[in-house]
Write a protein that binds this ligand. Structure first.
Ligand code: ADP
Ligand code: MG
Length: 711
């Protein structure tokens, strides 16, 4: 049996009760314990002489106990354990509060090592509650030199808590840092010198990784010559080896899952004839950019294969993803297949619908809009037509997949602004036994780091090029006290024939209050500030047709200023709008702000984004706004967002398919993840290795990485 799978209960010092405590914090096996790494390391290995100690600094000293004992205080039940230690250069007092058991630990003439912070008190310099260690096997009468002179080679190897580079663990439940340190030490002593290693030998060699057993030793109890700095950055050779191990196992599973899916699922293979090509070209309103051409080629190549496509199309706001979706849809429809096009909001679904309907006016394909706002009778008709196959394309919100919509032959599902949905929609489709081609589109680029993990089984297409004639958007950050200037600027722009958005955030918990604020603001703007222009208000609680009327009128420049809650966030396309003012910008996330900014800069005119913030604003909030002003590159913004918020928040929920990692960190260690991916693919391609590796990915794999039922 794998010695790492042994129960912690059989560890010295752990009985059934302690074992139950440990189990409660998720630690059952030796492996669980050893793969719970120190969060940091402290160098307690370099002893200072007592004479050289300074207040306010932490130090390690070693010396002989002169005297020790519990000292009563005036406060009942409050006891101080006091010790006097001496080295060659002087003596020092150490005290511990309420730890009378120390009476049984220490006695005079012992050699001890203490580590702690020095404080200057009325008794002189003293150490309060230091970490301690007894130096065993050195009798007092061997002379003090025997201890002070301890150098790296001679140091008693059995010291655990001091006198070395010491691992610091995060406390969890009943398990303190010190307890874990003791347990880990025990466990390592009981382990056999050789451990089974999941990493194939040549992977290890190629990656210059040390063996598993020494890595486990060193990650917990680093050798004396280890660099404390490397350790604390998780960059020691031991860290590298063990993090790589975790990533490699993870990627083995991801890559296998992808391959299995490819072989099991039967999709439809499309064909593309010259006639179809001609039909599709007729629909195009402009010349495609080079990136658009590349991407559509990638998509069609996928669609021609019998395995279902599973592709993520990421591209900056405004780079022209909609037309790509339409072209893919046309390929499917020309092949007699139906298309479902899903958007995160009704407004966006409608906009796609109106745009696409206009482009398809001359074609023989029939499409419809299906949202929560569709009346019941109309809805029933639509469902019947979809099931019968006389409707070729349905555009709607995600309700499309969640509800009982049946198709005659669904060939392609397009999901716009994917991260709002998560990966679950794909799972829902599959659960229904549908294996259409899936095209996921997002303007919030998935940082490369994450693309390798959550989206490890997605192919990724990227568009960086903007349609011709675009100018970069100028972004400024201002306190709201300077709103007057901003209005002046809006006026200039409108004067020049342009249009402006003014955005008010709706915070879920206080939506009512915020809505009132937005409404009042719209009134104020139209009556007091811009009486000469038309100001419209758009918000999420408006009836569908009212929203449509407002958006339509704004697109036709019947209104110059649109005050809106964030419903305008994604996808809305009014090229004449050149100003985006965001109120309470500190309340928005980076990606959201980037999306909002993307509503302007869509035409030939120079565009501007103004972020107004109010106090109080957190440091993180400030950083966010600064980041946004500094860059317009959506990829960089996504990476920064990820760094500011962490991967969990980036996608909102754990449901989104982020793996639970034990030792690695997606951000810190992303380069290793890429290596691991490469090695996993290569190893699985090698028939001499694949079988052994396949068996490493069993049912516990999904549980281990928290990915049950996703993807
Ligand atoms: P997004 O990628 O944000 O969804 P859209 O598809 O809404 O972007 O496109 C943004 C704007 O750019 C639209 O007005 C669209 O018609 C226009 N557009 C897209 N591709 C091109 C192109 N190749 N040439 C000119 N305009 C284009
Ligand atoms: Mg779009």
């Amino acid at each position: 049996m794998d010695p790492l799978q042994g129960s912690l209960q059989y560890l010295k010092g752990v009985g059934p009760r302690r074992a139950a405590d440990l189990q409660r914090v998720g630690l059952s096996t030796i492996e669980d314990l050893l793969y719970r790494f120190p969060t940091r390391y402290e160098d307690r290995g370099h002893f200072q002489t007592i004479a050289s100690l300074k207040p306010g600094v932490a130090a390690s000293i070693t010396g002989e106990v002169l005297s020790c004992g519990v000292r009563p205080t005036r406060r009942p039940r409050f006891k101080i354990f006091e010790m006097l230690v001496r080295d060659r250069t002087g003596s020092l007092r150490a005290i511990w509060f309420n730890q009378p058991f120390l009476n049984d630990v220490f006695r005079a003439h012992q050699r001890v090592i203490l580590f702690g912070k020095l404080e200057l008190t009325s008794h002189g310099l003293q150490m309060q509650g230091p970490q301690y260690e007894l130096v065993e096997g050195v009798e007092a009468d061997e002379g003090l030199e025997g201890i002070e002179g301890i150098d790296e080679a001679e140091r008693d190897p059995s010291t655990v808590h001091t006198g070395r580079i010491v691992p610091i663990y995060e406390k969890t439940g009943q398990l303190t840092a010190k307890m874990q340190r003791t347990l880990v030490h025990q466990a390592l002593q009981q382990l056999p010198p050789e451990l089974p290693d999941p990493l194939p030998v040549d992977v290890r060699r190629r990656q210059h990784l040390i063996e598993r057993r020494p890595a486990l030793d060193a990650v917990h109890f680093p050798p004396a010559d280890a660099s404390i700095d490397e350790l604390n950055r998780f960059r020691s050779t031991a860290h590298r080896r063990l993090i790589f191990e975790e990533f490699f196992l993870f990627q083995l599973g991801i890559v296998q899952r992808r391959r299995r899916a490819d072989s099991e699922r039967k999709g439809r293979a499309v064909v593309v004839t010259d006639e179809m090509r001609e039909n599709i070209r007729k629909v195009l309103p402009f010349r495609l950019t080079n990136d658009q051409k590349t991407v559509i080629r990638e998509i069609v190549t996928d669609m021609k294969r019998p395995q279902p496509m599973n592709r993520l199309l990421q591209g900056e706001v405004g780079c022209g993803k909609t037309i790509i979706a339409l072209m893919a849809a046309l390929v499917a429809m020309e092949n007699g297949l139906q298309v479902a096009f899903m958007a995160p909001t009704e407004i966006l679904a409608e906009q796609h619908f109106f745009n696409i309907r206009r482009l398809l006016e001359e074609s023989r394909f029939r499409l419809t809009l299906l949202t929560g706002g569709t009346p019941a009778r109309k809805r029933r008709e639509i469902l019947a037509e979809l099931a019968g196959g006389s409707l070729h394309m349905v555009i709607g919100t995600h309700a499309l997949v969640q509800e009982d919509v049946a198709f005659r032959e669904l060939g392609l599902t397009i999901i716009d602004e994917q991260h709002r949905f998560g990966v679950l929609q794909r799972a829902t489709l599959r659960a229904k036994g549908l294996h259409p081609d899936v095209l996921v589109m997002t303007a919030t680029p998935i940082p490369r780091t994450l693309a390798l993990t959550t989206y490890g089984d997605l192919d990724v297409s990227t568009m960086r090029e903007m349609p011709p004639g675009r100018q970069p958007i100028a972004t400024t950050v201002r306190p709201e006290s300077r709103r007057g200037e901003i209005y002046q600027f809006v006026r200039q722009q409108v004067e020049a024939g342009r249009q402006a958005y003014i955005i008010y955030p709706l915070v879920e918990e206080s939506a009512k209050v915020d809505l009132k604020a937005a409404t009042e603001m719209a009134d104020h703007l139209s009556q007091d500030v811009f009486p000469e222009y038309r100001v419209a208000l758009l918000h999420g609680r408006m009836k569908q047709d009212a929203k449509d009327r407002v958006m339509g009128a704004f697109a036709r420049n019947e209104f110059q200023i649109l005050v809106s809650t964030t419903v305008v966030e994604v996808g809305v396309d009014v090229p004449n709008a050149t100003v985006m003012v965001v109120e309470h910008a500190e309340r928005f996330g980076l990606s959201q702000l980037h999306q909002l900014r993307g509503r302007v800069g869509r035409g030939a005119h120079k565009s501007h984004c103004v972020l107004l913030y109010q106090y109080p604003i957190t440091d993180e909030g400030k950083q966010r706004l600064r980041a946004l002003a500094e860059t317009t590159d959506g990829f960089e913004i996504a990476e920064r967002d990820l760094k500011l918020r962490g991967p969990g928040d980036f996608f909102g929920t754990r449901q989104s398919g982020m793996p639970t990692l034990r030792v690695g960190d997606l951000l810190r260690d992303h380069a290793l993840m890429e290596e691991a991916r490469r090695e996993a693919v290569a190893a699985l391609d090698d028939p001499s290795q694949a079988p052994a590796l396949t068996s490493l990915v069993n049912t516990s794999w999904e549980q281990r990485f928290g990915l049950v039922g996703i993807g």
